[in-house]
Structure formats: C-alpha cells, structure tokens
Write a protein that binds this ligand. Structure first.
Ligand code: DGJ
Length: 536
C-alpha cells in the first residue's frame, strides 16, 4: 500500500516535471512563479499568490493574540469571518529575548495553525516601531539607552521612540528582521503560507516632531540627499531651505523611511517577500505631527518622500478608522496611485466599514483587513462579525477572478454614499445604473431614499464584450445601452449561480419580476448573477 502510494507520488512528480519542461519552465522558474509577488502594470496593481492575482480578505488579531496559548481560538474566529488571510504580529521582544538568540516558537505556531485552517498570513513585524513608539523592542534594548539611543524632543528630553539616527538601532532591527526572514524562507519557502510582510507597525514619532539628539541635529544641518530632491523636483539645499516650516517633519519622515528601507532591504536579501508599511493617517482634521499622529510616518503630506526613500517597500497601506464616506474615500483616493495600490492594512471592525471593501476593490485595491475581530463577545462584536462574514463570504469564492479583473481594468465597484442613491458605472456601450433604497422587486419611487444604514454596495466585472458578473448587497442594478447606433439594449440571459473552484456553477435563470424592475441584490444572502446583454 505504502509502496503504491510512493510510486503514485513519484509518477505525479515526473508528470509535473514533464509538463513544466514541455511548457518551457524549469523547476526553479516554476518555484519563482509561485513566490508571492507584487506586480504593477499599466498603472494597476496585483498581489500574485500561487502564480495568480489574489484579493486579500483579511482580519487582524488583537495585538496580544499571536501567542500559542490563545492563537487557536483567535484563528477560529478569523475562519468564522470567512477571511482568507490573517494579519498577525511577530513581536521583536519575543523573537530575540537575548541579543542574537532567536525564538521561533510563536511564528512557527502561527504558520502551523494557519495552515491547519487553510488561511494565508500577512506577518506584521512589531520591531522598532509600534504605533509611533518602541514598546515591542526587547527588554535588553529598553534597558540600554546608552547603546540604543532614543529620540530627544526639542527640550532634550528622551521620548519612548528609538532614534532613527543611531546605527546601533537600525543594525539591531535589521539583524533580527533578517533572522526572521531567513527562518521564514526555511519553513515556508515552498508552501508560501505567508504572503505578505509588514515592516514595523505605524512607524513615526509620538512625542516629538523630530529627533534632536546630536547625530540627528548634525544630519539636519546637512543638505537633503540629492536622490530625494531630484525625485521631488525640488532644488538642492538643507532641510530647512528645501522644506521651510515643514522641514522637521520631512526630516523625520526621511530618517524613519531610510531606517525602514535598510531593515526591509536586509530582510529581502534573505527572503524576497512582498513588503509593505502601514500608516497612522493624517486625516479627520488632524494636523499636528508628533501629537495628532506619529511624525514621519507615511502620511499623505510626506508620501512622495517615502516612496523615494523606500525602494524595498512594495507599497504603503492605510489604517482607516472611520466609517465616514467622504473621509474613507478621500484616503483611498490619496493612496491609490500609479505607484501605490489601495490597500487598507487595517480598518475598524464594525458593520459600517463593510461596504468600503467594495469601494477599495473598485479602486483597483488589493483588499482590506478588519482589525481586532477576536475580542470579547458583545452585541457590537456579533453585529460586526455578521456584517463582515457576509461580505467576505460573498466575495471569497470570487476573489481570484476579482483580483484578475481589477488588474486588467475590468472591475468596477461602489459603496453607497449617504444622500446619493444613484450611481452610474460605464462599460463602453453599456452603463450599469446602480441605485439604493428601491424595493426588492417592483417599481422604485423616483425619489429614492437610499438605505437607512447606507449599507449598499455593488460590483460589476466585465467577463466578455456582452457579459457581466454582478454581486452586491442592498442595491439594484439596471443595464442601459448607451452606444450611439440606434440599437436598443435587452437582457438576453440572467443566470444566478456561484463560483466553485474557479468555475461558474449555474443554478437558475432569473426573469419576469426578478429582472423586469432591475437586478436586485438583497441585504441578506444576495445572489451572484451572470448577465448576457444584447440588442434589437
Ligand atoms: C492601529 C495599530 O496599528 C494596531 O496595532 C492597534 O493598536 C490599533 N491601532 C488599535 O485601534
């Protein structure tokens, strides 16, 4: 029996190798293909996992939940949320309890437990920075401020942040991070359970705008590196000359970004994973660096400087803690660029944030992650779980085709804006008119009320010239032919079905009341529809 199994396995390997050779791919090339990677093309972006674009439907554990004693329970909750990815920290203080001694217990448990549940992992390196402070550095660093200096504020007082201008600090972090990446390569280099690595957590300085230590002051008096002024299109000069009143924050942004660049580059040399940085945002009217938000993080006002200083960072994420439509979509608009994807590295775990996943995907984004879904049970937690489990559950079976369509520019999606019950999506000869607040069937009032919870959302993927895939919640969609050719539009076929293993499974045709008043996506268990349109 065992021999038979082994023979079958060998046979499978030989056949796979033959197929790869026939396809012109060496084993090494094939392995490289399977490596998670971040790809940009035509101003659009994709995270490739197992060789194809992947939508990240993620949940982040509470900060202290990545310990083996509590991890399994927390991961079960990620599974209950229908997420395909868990974001979980590796704590520097746990990983390197003594200088140069590494403890892989936590990260090994995380990978093993995630595999058991068929989850992918975004690993968060809680190193020098955690929320603009240094709380996760090992005790031997906290106790030795002489060797590992802290930022000094403008009065010369130390704050709870490692100085970005001390070689000992960056070298210690880079060494530990390299050890982590080397270990990852060893234990996960074939399986790729880990698909993303976040370098640090919400870096920047709380308690000062910049470091006023001797080394930092000397650097502040120097010219801005030419690579930075060139990229920003600014004339050369000192930090003060180039950035004027914003010089202290710009200087701290450069110091922080350059430090993280060195950590990331060292880690990538050990194992070239896609790496990102997350941002404590400058939004919601906040504007004082070091007080309102950590000075020197990748906030919108220093974003270009960050991109210039961190070539080893694949992209910058946004930690969005609001459900205000204008604020949420403004942030996405600021960070979704030709040189950066929309990526919500954290968002509030509440029902009202669920629709924004559709907005993120509609902006070509990689996905989003709800933060802290493994808390104590409460009515609020149950409501948030229900909303996000429905959201992720609806999209998880489609996630591969959504990511591919977004990368190819064939996906559009919207979330309901309060006071705006109608939106129009343009697909060449066809418009898709989206509305919120219509009944589930029957004529809609011309003055649509919108949804009381503003929970409407819809996405449309063009799958062929005359074919579209749609799904959403609390929304109605109508196809209108807009080509200038005297032809009338008609629905030829509306299939309800679902995706299973990447294949469309037909369930029934919709017609009559189910299509005559538009295609309706209800609040609970809405359908996935494949629509063929035509003319007469
Ligand atoms: C953002 C941080 O990145 C998380 O680690 C966590 O502290 C949340 N804030 C809490 O809201």
């Amino acid at each position: 029996m065992r021999v038979a199994c082994l023979t079958r396995l060998l046979l499978r390997r030989v056949v796979a190798a033959a197929i790869m050779t026939l396809a012109g791919l060496s084993t090494t090339a094939w392995a490289a293909e399977q490596m998670p990677r971040f790809v940009t093309g035509n101003g659009r972006h994709a995270l490739f996992v197992d060789g194809a674009p992947y939508t990240v439907l993620a949940a982040q554990l509470h900060n202290s939940s990545a310990w083996p004693a509590v991890l399994p329970g927390a991961l079960d909750q990620v599974v209950a949320l229908n997420a395909n990815t868990v974001e979980a920290p590796v704590y520097w203080e746990q990983f390197e309890p003594m200088p140069g001694q590494y403890d892989t217990t936590n990260v090994d448990a995380l990978i093993e437990q995630a595999r058991k549940r068929n989850l992918r992992v975004a690993l968060l390196w809680f190193g020098s920075w955690k929320n603009g402070q240094m709380h996760y550095v090992p005790e031997w660093i906290k106790r030795d401020a002489g060797t590992y200096p802290r930022v000094l504020d403008e009065r010369g007082q130390p704050v709870d942040v490692l100085s970005p201008y001390a070689a000992a600090n960056v070298e210690a972090d880079a060494r530990a991070f390299t050890a982590l990446m080397r270990h990852l390569r060893k234990v996960d280099g074939q399986r790729h359970t880990v698909i993303l690595v976040q370098v640090e957590n919400e870096p920047g300085t709380v308690g000062a705008v910049r470091d006023h230590g001797a080394a930092a002051n000397a650097a502040f008096a120097q010219p801005v590196p030419v690579a930075i002024t060139t990229r920003l299109g600014k004339p050369p000069g000192t930090w003060r000359q180039v950035f004027g009143p914003e010089a202290d924050e710009a200087f701290n942004a450069y110091g922080t970004a350059h430090y993280i660049e060195q950590v990331a580059a060292a880690g990538k040399r050990a194992y070239a994973m896609p790496m990102y940085v997350n941002t404590w945002l400058r939004y919601k009217g906040k504007k004082f660096p070091g007080v309102d938000y950590p000075s020197g993080g990748a906030t919108v006002n220093v974003f270009d400087l960050w991109r210039a200083a961190t070539p080893s960072i694949d992209f910058i994420g946004t930690d969005i803690y609001t459900s205000d439509y204008n604020e949420y979509t403004k942030v996405i608009g600021q960070y979704a660029r030709a040189d950066n994807p929309a990526w919500v590295s954290e968002t509030g775990f509440e029902p009202a944030t669920a629709p924004y996943l559709f907005h993120v995907l509609g902006q070509g984004g990689l996905g989003f992650s709800v933060f802290g879904m493994d808390g104590l049970d409460s009515p609020e937690k149950q409501a948030a779980t229900a909303a996000h489990a429905a959201n992720f559950g609806q999209l998880a079976p489609l996630q591969r085709m959504l990511a591919k369509a977004a990368f190819e520019g064939r996906l559009q999606a919207v979330a309901e804006q309060p006071g705006q019950p109608r939106r129009t999506l343009h697909f060449g000869d066809w418009d898709v008119q989206v509305s919120y607040g219509a009944p589930y069937w029957g004529d809609a009032d011309p003055i649509l009320p919108g949804n009381p919870d503003h929970g409407g959302r819809l996405l449309v993927v063009q799958t062929a010239a005359d074919q579209f895939l749609l799904t959403g919640f609390s929304a109605r969609a109508e196809f209108v032919r807009v080509a200038d050719d005297a032809q009338h539009g008609q629905l030829l076929r509306v299939e309800q079905g679902r995706y299973l293993d990447g294949q469309w499974r037909f369930e029934r045709l919709l017609n009559g009341d189910q299509t005559d008043y538009g295609l309706n996506f209800v609040r609970d268990s809405p359908p996935v529809l494949r629509v063929t349109v035509g003319t007469y």
